[in-house]
Design a protein around this ligand. Structure first.
Ligand SMILES: *[C@@H]1O[C@H](CO)[C@@H](O)[C@H](O)[C@H]1NC(C)=O
Ligand SMILES: *[C@@H]1O[C@H](CO)[C@@H](O)[C@H](O)[C@H]1NC(C)=O
Ligand SMILES: *[C@@H]1O[C@H](CO)[C@@H](O)[C@H](O)[C@H]1NC(C)=O
Ligand SMILES: *[C@@H]1O[C@H](CO)[C@@H](O)[C@H](O)[C@H]1NC(C)=O
Length: 446
């Protein structure tokens, strides 16, 4: 037993010497690993509200989706979507994941967000913390916690970094601001981070992960929100930091019901292959954070609408739609949307009704119908690289008793391929080859 222990210690010392300032893996990865993605409306989620009806949950998800658009390009004015006055609380996504941080390890349940990069959580001592129902991480109690100096490489990776100087050391600071004026700021630090749960029966531990230790967190965060795990394409995201250790690959499969577990897979486990798999190149974009694709058009009942908009291309980049698991709805430019809507509406016999929930803006295309009587036409989405066929569960959602609404809606802001359109697809992103894989899959079978 003690011999075994000794080998382990030698191994980690060797690794730390070889990788020196980089992250290294303490435990073997075998062939990749998976963690559970917890839908925020699942009973396992701290946000779960047992007195909400399914319709109220959907209604709230739609509101969050609309508010999230504001978070993407915060400076853009005159956007079609107005800011809704409902409690905004949290716009960073629909799925949560568990991880542990520090030594001894401290458990965190955070929002998993493909639309942002930095990992951050609330930290003691709190200059200002939102009222948190769980304990708050105290870095002074962790043996593996290390602040990063202003001069470090890690600090240069942080957007909006700044520097505090006291007598002893210079400390790198981060600050993230959201459209609803929520702000988290604090120290940029290194910590040991562990992933894996009993469900997936795997634990992987990584050393020297850069994260934001938030000592000053103001705004409308939900009391149970414990921060963000950024899964974006930028340098500080979890995906980029794990980098070669996960072959720069991750995949996820979003299940149609909050109660069915969804998985987030890394490394070998994230390889998407087999019958029905298509590959679509990641497109270039202004933003290092978002995963962009190029949408060429859509076909409904043999008629195609091309993605040409009256708005002139803003720049030389080819990406025109963000694939985002944190938005419920999908958004398209207004004139493209209108042409698509005419085609879809021409194929549906049910009675069209205006959105009775009076969302601002209202959902554009709703029918008095049940899921079984609607009979929506399949929509073929033409991306540069491959086509994807969306059937009714990816195009319409139940929004009340006897009410079905279209997942695609107009926006003059940005285009988003949201999570309804992604349900029951295994979606893999390979950052090395810059390819996104799609495979129709019943997610619950994973
Ligand atoms: C839970 O849902 C009910 C019904 O919508 C609502 O009245 C109540 O405010 C919610 N509770 C919380 C803590 O959000
Ligand atoms: C924070 O939450 C606790 C428990 O829910 C409550 O007792 C306390 O009054 C709250 N504090 C503030 C400042 O809201
Ligand atoms: C960076 O800081 C500026 C000024 O404080 C702020 O307006 C901007 O929103 C910040 N950017 C991000 C991504 O938080
Ligand atoms: C996970 O396993 C550990 C150790 O076996 C146990 O103490 C813990 O309660 C388990 N957690 C869950 C959520 O099942």
């Amino acid at each position: 037993m003690s011999g075994y222990h000794h080998v382990l210690i030698v191994l980690s010392v060797t690794l730390s010497t070889i990788f020196n300032d980089n992250i290294y893996l303490i435990e073997a990865l075998n062939n990749g690993f998976s963690v559970e993605l917890i839908h925020r409306d699942s009973p396992k989620s701290p946000f779960y509200n047992s007195s909400e009806t399914q319709i109220e949950r959907m209604n709230n998800a739609i509101h969050r989706s609309i508010n999230r658009v504001k978070h993407f390009y915060p400076k853009e004015e005159g956007a079609y979507y107005e800011v809704i006055q409902a409690p905004i609380s949290n716009i960073n996504g629909e799925f949560l994941m568990k991880y542990s941080i520090g030594t001894p390890s401290f458990d965190v349940m955070a929002v998993a967000d493909t639309g942002s990069d930095l990992i951050w959580l609330q930290c003691q001592p709190c200059e200002k913390c939102y009222n948190h129902t769980d304990p708050i991480f105290d870095p002074s109690k962790s043996k593996s916690y290390k602040n990063t100096p202003c001069s470090s490489q890690a600090c240069r990776l942080i957007k909006n970094n700044s520097c505090t100087k006291d007598n002893i050391e210079s400390k790198c600071q981060y600050k993230v601001s959201y459209r609803d004026k929520s702000v988290s700021s604090g120290d940029v630090a290194f910590e040991t981070l562990s992933l894996g749960t009993n469900v997936t029966n795997f634990h992987a531990r990584f050393d020297r992960i850069i994260f934001g230790c938030g000592h000053n967190n103001r705004g409308i965060f939900l009391p149970k929100s414990t921060g963000i795990v950024g899964l974006g394409n930028g340098a500080t995201s979890l995906i980029s930091q794990l980098g070669a250790l996960i072959d720069n690959k991750f995949s996820y499969c979003l299940a149609p019901e909050p109660n069915i577990p969804s998985l987030l897979n890394f490394g070998e486990k994230a390889v998407v292959s087999g019958s029905g798999t298509v590959s679509i190149p990641l497109a270039s974009s202004r933003s290092p954070t978002y995963y962009y694709l190029t949408l060429k058009g859509m076909t409904v009942a043999g008629k195609r609408v091309d993605f040409e908009t009256k708005v002139a291309p803003i720049d030389k980049f080819t990406g025109n739609i963000i694939i985002d698991s944190g938005s419920t709805l999908s958004l398209l430019p207004i004139d493209f949307y209108n042409r698509l809507e005419s085609l879809v509406a021409s194929q549906i016999k049910s009675e069209r009704v205006t959105d009775p929930k009076l969302l601002r803006p209202p959902l554009k295309l709703c029918y008095k119908s049940s899921a079984s009587t609607l009979k929506a036409p399949p929509i073929t989405v033409h991306f540069a690289g491959a086509d994807i066929v969306l059937n009714q569960p990816n195009t319409f959602f139940k929004f009340g008793d006897g009410l079905m609404c279209f997942n695609f809606n107009p926006s003059n802001d940005i285009s988003i391929y949201g999570n309804i359109a992604q349900l029951d697809f295994l979606i893999g992103i390979d950052r090395q080859t810059k390819i996104v894989f799609f495979k129709p899959t019943k997610c619950k079978k994973l």
